[in-house]
Design a protein around this ligand. Sequence first.
Ligand code: FAD
Length: 196
Amino acid sequence: MDFRFTDEQELLVESIEEFVARNMPEELINEMYETGVVPDALSKAWMDAGFGLMGVPEEYGGTPCDNLTLGIMYEALYEASACFSPFCSNVLAMFDVCAMGTEEQIKKCVQVYTETGEPPFCLAITEPGAGSDNKGMTSYTKKQDDGTFVLNGSKSFVTNGEDFPEMFVIAKDEDPARENKSFSLWIVPIDALGVS
Ligand SMILES: Cc1cc2nc3c(=O)[nH]c(=O)nc-3n(C[C@H](O)[C@H](O)[C@H](O)COP(=O)(O)OP(=O)(O)OC[C@H]3O[C@@H](n4cnc5c(N)ncnc54)[C@H](O)[C@@H]3O)c2cc1C
């Protein structure tokens, strides 16, 4: 197996190093660690530089690339900035909506994401008792007689959960049992009844 980067990947790493040198001085990184906040202007700069759209389908304005290149890009960002940044979970949420959302949901999300650098929703997948072990999730939905659904469960590690207006929540259909392999993805407003 050839582990060498392609010329394009080498160029990408150089561009990331330039981005960090220009936009992420040490004082800003220290401030981000102290406050736990990524400035809106930095998320926007990441988007404007084109990195935020890497891996997003072309039809939604993105620059398709393979997962290895994406991994190289984020590794270069973390190495150059010594900073774990949430840009990565922003684009993961975009991948989910582009793959599984309705045209209306995709349009809305792509618009907010490209304008601000942040999608309008965070990802609520991990649970206190289920990290890598996704089948161990116990959040589940139950369809009611009136056709609506009740969703019950606990999620943890929800990056930007305090700030974004909506959550993508993965829950099992009808039954929390380990054997149940049927899951659905729900868009839940952060101020929905019962969310805490
Ligand atoms: C900064 C940060 C941000 C995050 N943001 C989000 C978010 O926005 N939304 C969200 O849903 N989640 C988020 N997560 C959660 C993240 O996805 C989980 O931490 C991840 O799924 C791992 O789960 P865990 O921490 O419970 O570890 P575990 O799954 O318990 O794993 C613990 C260790 O055991 C190893 N391990 C696990 N299973 C096996 C196996 N079968 N064989 C061998 N080794 C194994 C793992 O590699 C790891 O070293 C975030 C986590 C961090 C640290």
